[in-house]
Ligand binder design. Structure first.
Ligand code: AMP
Length: 217
């Protein structure tokens, strides 16, 4: 049986940080469409060229593009025993596409959708203060979880970067997209009986405690 976790929540809710912890604990790959798309952009692939304009505007990249990226990733060997989906699906049509991909890959799935519940007011601040390591992907917040040396990754010692779409203007557009496209998924996975909700408006270790319980750790 393949364990699939689907992490849902607005931009900056802490899904990425928690996925990293869960991924290490359960030895499951972290499949993050945002990072996969950004990798395509930095490698200047065809997919990257299409994705760039949508990402800059805080809009969803078209279905065929993200479906291709996800399908290719889920076909890789390390996804055989399960995976944690962070940032996919992000709309009802993507949820349908995911079901189709799982069927095509003939995976027997035990699915758990986890909603990171947090008021959006606190998130703009989080996003504009977010920095990450370009090498290992570790996420920092310059106000609440700053690196030991200013703007350097604690582990890799390289300069941290700020995502281009983590500005206030683009963040607000991303929230709008989230409300319109992604929020309806909560109802979709509730009806399917697989949705669990955690309070994401607390320190990382407390969010993790709730998530660990859900994951049976
Ligand atoms: P994230 O890193 O998850 O915040 O995603 C950054 C941006 O990548 C989003 O604002 C979208 O433009 C794009 N993106 C990421 N995941 C998806 C997805 N599942 N569907 C469409 N666009 C996506």
């Amino acid at each position: 049986m393949t364990k699939a976790f689907i992490f849902l929540g607005p931009p900056g809710c802490g899904k990425g940080t928690q996925t990293d912890i869960l991924s290490k604990e359960l030895n499951l790959p972290h499949v993050d469409t945002g990072s996969l798309l950004r990798k395509n952009i930095s490698e200047k692939t065809e997919i990257g060229k299409i994705a760039q304009g949508y990402i800059d505007k805080g809009q969803l990249v078209p279905l065929e593009v993200v479906s291709t990226v996800i399908k290719n990733r889920l076909m890789e060997d390390d996804c055989k025993n399960g995976y944690i989906l962070d940032g996919f699906p992000r709309s009802l049509e993507q949820a349908g596409a995911l079901d189709k991909i799982i069927e095509e890959l003939n995976q027997k799935i035990e699915m758990t959708a986890v909603y990171f519940d947090i008021p959006t007011e606190v998130l703009v601040e989080r996003l504009v203060n977010r920095r990450s390591c370009p090498k290992c992907g570790k996420i920092y917040n310059i106000k609440t979880s700053a690196p030991k040396v200013e703007n350097k990754c604690d582990d890799c010692k390289v300069d941290l970067i700020q995502r281009k779409d983590d500005t206030k203007e683009t963040a607000l557009l991303r929230f709008e997209t989230y409300e319109k496209e992604t929020h309806p998924l909560l109802d979709f996975y509730t009806k399917r009986g697989v949705l669990k909700t955690i309070n994401a408006n607390q320190p990382v270790k407390d969010v993790w405690a709730e998530l660990a319980k859900i994951a049976g750790i």
